[in-house]
Design a protein around this ligand. Structure first.
Ligand SMILES: *[C@@H]1O[C@H](CO)[C@@H](O)[C@H](O)[C@H]1NC(C)=O
Ligand SMILES: *[C@@H]1O[C@H](CO)[C@@H](O)[C@H](O)[C@H]1NC(C)=O
Ligand SMILES: *[C@@H]1O[C@H](CO)[C@@H](O)[C@H](O)[C@H]1NC(C)=O
Ligand SMILES: *[C@@H]1O[C@H](CO)[C@@H](O)[C@H](O)[C@H]1NC(C)=O
Ligand SMILES: *[C@@H]1O[C@H](CO)[C@@H](O)[C@H](O)[C@H]1NC(C)=O
Length: 573
């Protein structure tokens, strides 16, 4: 070999090395194996992997601005929502982004892909050996939790430098589904001594407490509401029939879900699915209801991401969505958090109301290092672009009187998202007024604070697998209750030719700060729990007058809430 040839070879390898320099898209994603999961074995080279590419969108600043205008009651733009087509034109990825990603995938022969109407997600099937070539560093493995087997990579992935700027993250690699599920205390032996004479929460109790009369039911033919859940759970229409027979009482209601989206293969119904549907259809009575049920169609799919993707592929979709799902904010990469947050903005400009349960761990707790704790916010509860619902219980469990904090009610401050303007006055007033706040190393006082509102979360009756089950608790009960009430208010708005409520937070905080509307029952008693340590004595935050990070503005007084949410006709002649 001549020296000239050597130089040539050397330079060639330089070029190759620099062209495949990789960039980690999610360097901060927690990739430890979650508790309850264990290693099964390495994938075989031909195992199919389904990856979701979140393509970089255009005009994200414009989207944010648009949402501010559309959800601000003082703006002339208020309620002038975009169709999915209009949204798509605003934010779809650039031609350059689409080309770059297609070329990158095409070079490895990846062609089995489908996109969404907004073109910003791409789902592609490929063999695991191709996936590992595409995502440098990834190593796919089968894991099981006993009833479900998944494919994930605990090793982090890189993409080529030239591609990285066109992609937010790749889904289907790292995140395990959150396993936080609603429980019934009846299933824990010995915890229900008073079960025989306690009546528990039923539709009649919820409707009475929130001042819904028998005639407060939906009647607009185009109104709709939905629940979404992502556990390995199924819903049975017959449970709903029996539930309404037992508890349906004196209000007009439906006994059938109109649309179930997702795989429904299971024999046993899940408690969470039953709870969500039975209660959204009790407050949002006589309103068309859908279920999004997705435990992952494919072993490498992330169920929650699958739902997010679906929203961008359906032009006609219910107005209100309630979701009992959450994960520790610190376990998710910032790239993922930011992108999912943009997805909520996209829902908002379409006039959709997205409600999340605030979680059942109070302020949460995380050990930063030995002997040093902080609170642990939950996501999507901590997103500034969703409405987050906390939990309460009756002061006297034997009477439908006033509510106090349910100590499990999730609440606190995001460590990633800064406090949005719409809540700054309310939150800062709380922080200033309250003398006994937790030590300031436990939370980020400048972050998005949640919840926004609350509803009962304790001792519900649910019918599942045709059996009435008492003592079901959690903010996953409060969320559909509040969602159904918003759907009912939408119904009234539609009757009057007004647009849907959409992203309600800016309006909500405005109404409440305007004085004594009486739209909410302020919850002022009780604290939720946090870290079991000396410094905080097990306490997170405490409820107080006006807004607080345990129960938000409080629980809904339907007739008054309806009144204030109907009176904004001025901009819609
Ligand atoms: C979006 O909808 C279209 C048309 O129904 C379908 O062909 C496509 O596969 C869907 N995309 C995804 C990612 O599911
Ligand atoms: C709603 O309920 C509360 C408490 O149960 C009650 O004091 C109030 O008068 C009711 N009606 C209205 C219209 O607020
Ligand atoms: C129930 O809703 C339907 C439209 O979806 C409407 O036609 C009917 O009148 C409603 N029933 C009552 C009692 O309002
Ligand atoms: C419901 O939607 C359909 C289709 O968009 C429309 O034709 C109809 O007028 C709507 N009904 C009402 C009561 O607004
Ligand atoms: C605030 O109160 C005033 C006077 O009661 C009322 O005219 C106005 O509509 C209210 N604004 C909001 C956002 O509720």
């Amino acid at each position: 070999m001549s020296p000239g040839c050597l130089v040539f070879l050397f330079c060639l390898s330089c070029a190759v090395v620099s062209s495949i320099r990789g960039v980690f898209l999610e360097p901060d994603q927690d990739v430890s194996l979650p508790v309850g999961w264990k290693y099964v074995g390495r994938v075989s080279a031909t195992d199919q992997i389904l990856l979701t590419f979140a393509l970089k969108q255009q005009n994200v600043n414009k989207l944010e601005e648009k949402l501010e205008q559309l959800s601000n009651p003082d703006s002339p733009q208020y309620g002038k929502y975009l169709s999915l087509d209009q949204l798509s034109r605003m934010i779809q990825p650039s031609e350059e982004t689409l080309q770059t990603v297609w070329t990158w995938l095409g070079n490895l022969g990846i062609q089995d892909c489908s996109t969404v109407q907004t073109l910003d997600f791409l789902n592609c099937f490929m063999s695991s050996s191709t996936a590992e070539k595409l995502l440098t560093g990834s190593k796919f493995i089968h894991y099981t939790n006993g009833h479900q087997t998944l494919i994930r990579s605990l090793a982090k992935y890189e993409v080529p430098e030239g591609v990285a700027e066109h992609i937010d993250f790749v889904g289907g690699v790292h995140r395990f589904p959150s396993q936080k599920a609603v429980i019934s205390k009846a299933w824990k032996a010995g915890q229900h001594r008073e079960a025989n004479f306690h009546l528990g929460v039923t539709p009649a109790v919820v409707r009475k407490r929130y001042n819904l009369t028998a005639s407060d039911v939906g009647s607009h033919e185009n109104n709709s509401q939905a629940v979404a859940q992502f556990l390995e759970q199924y819903f049975h229409q017959l449970d709903l029939v029996e539930f309404m027979q037992l508890f349906g009482g004196n209000f007009v209601h439906r006994t059938k879900v109109d649309k179930i989206i997702g795989h429904q293969g299971g024999i046993k119904a899940g408690l969470e699915a039953s709870l969500d549907v039975e209660y959204i259809m009790s407050t949002g009575a006589n309103i068309s209801t859908w279920i999004f049920s997705n435990a992952g169609r494919h072993k490498s799919q992330e169920p929650f991401l699958d739902w997010i993707t679906l929203l961008s592929n359906m032009s006609s979709i219910p107005w209100v969505h309630t979701i009992s799902y959450g994960d520790d904010e610190d376990s998710l990469s910032v790239a993922y958090l930011k992108r999912i947050n943009i997805e909520f903005m996209k829902a908002g400009v379409r006039g959709l109301s997205i409600l999340f349960a605030s979680g059942d761990d109070g302020a949460g707790c995380r050990e930063v290092r030995k002997g040093r704790n902080t609170f642990r916010p939950s996501f999507p509860a901590s997103s500034p672009y969703v409405t987050t619902v906390g939990g309460t219980s009756f002061k006297n469990p034997f009477q439908i009187t006033f509510e106090v904090t349910d100590y499990i009610s999730g609440g606190g401050f995001s460590n990633v998202f800064k406090m949005p303007d719409y809540q700054a006055a309310a939150v800062n007033s709380y922080l200033k007024r309250i003398k006994s706040l937790p030590p300031d190393t436990y939370y980020n006082a400048g972050g998005r604070a949640y919840p926004d509102v609350a509803a009962l979360s304790d001792n519900y009756w649910v019918v599942t697998n045709l059996i009435p089950i008492p003592w079901v608790s959690g903010t996953s009960a409060s969320t559909p209750v509040f969602g159904g009430i918003l759907a009912l208010i939408n119904d009234n708005r539609f009757q009057q030719g007004l647009p849907a409520l959409g992203f309600i937070n800016p309006l909500l905080y405005k109404i409440q700060e305007n004085g004594t509307s009486g739209a909410f029952f302020d919850v002022t008693i009780g604290c939720h729990y946090g870290c079991l340590d000396e410094e905080t004595k097990g306490r997170g935050f405490c409820a107080a007058q006006s807004w607080d990070p345990v129960t938000g503005w409080g629980t809904p007084n339907y007739p008054e809430l309806l009144k204030v949410l109907l009176q904004r006709k001025d901009h819609h002649p």
